[in-house]
Design a protein around this ligand. Structure first.
Ligand SMILES: [Cu+2]
Length: 136
């Protein structure tokens, strides 16, 4: 009886640990405030970023749980720890911007927002969000 009780206590303790890890990863996420997934927009259009459980800071700031937004055009999330490329289709908002005007020729695009740390190292898929937009 005593052993069973101890095992039960151990299982409950393990559950509590697993629960807290899950809660932490659930509380960190990014989302597009604008545009909505599937939206048709006219160029230039406004893109608004939101992040939960992380703080937006300018590039170079390496405090934990902070970083800045990136917009990837026709690309998916950058693997965790990898630097986000810097080119015409991988835009860094390294001043800590949370919104931007984006200019694109007419067409259908995949837009991925990617949160990354002060050294532009990606937080990976959990802190990325992909939507589709049509530019008319
Ligand atoms: Cu960056």
């Amino acid at each position: 009886m005593r052993i069973i009780y101890k095992q039960l206590a151990a299982i409950i303790a393990m559950g509590a640990v697993a629960g807290s890890v899950a809660a932490q990863s659930l509380s960190q996420s990014v989302s597009f405030v604008e545009p909505q997934d599937g939206a048709t927009v006219s160029s230039p259009f406004k893109v608004k970023f939101a992040v939960q459980g992380m703080e937006v800071r300018p590039a170079g700031d390496m405090a934990s749980n902070t970083g800045h937004h990136h917009l990837l055009i026709n690309d998916t999330s950058v693997k965790v720890g990898q630097p986000v490329p810097a080119d015409a289709t991988h835009i860094h908002y390294g001043k800590g911007q949370t919104e931007a005007e984006v200019t694109l020729p007419p067409g259908t695009y995949t837009l991925t927002m990617q949160f990354a740390n002060g050294l532009h190292q990606s937080y990976g898929e959990p802190l990325a969000k992909t939507i589709k937009v049509t530019v008319k």
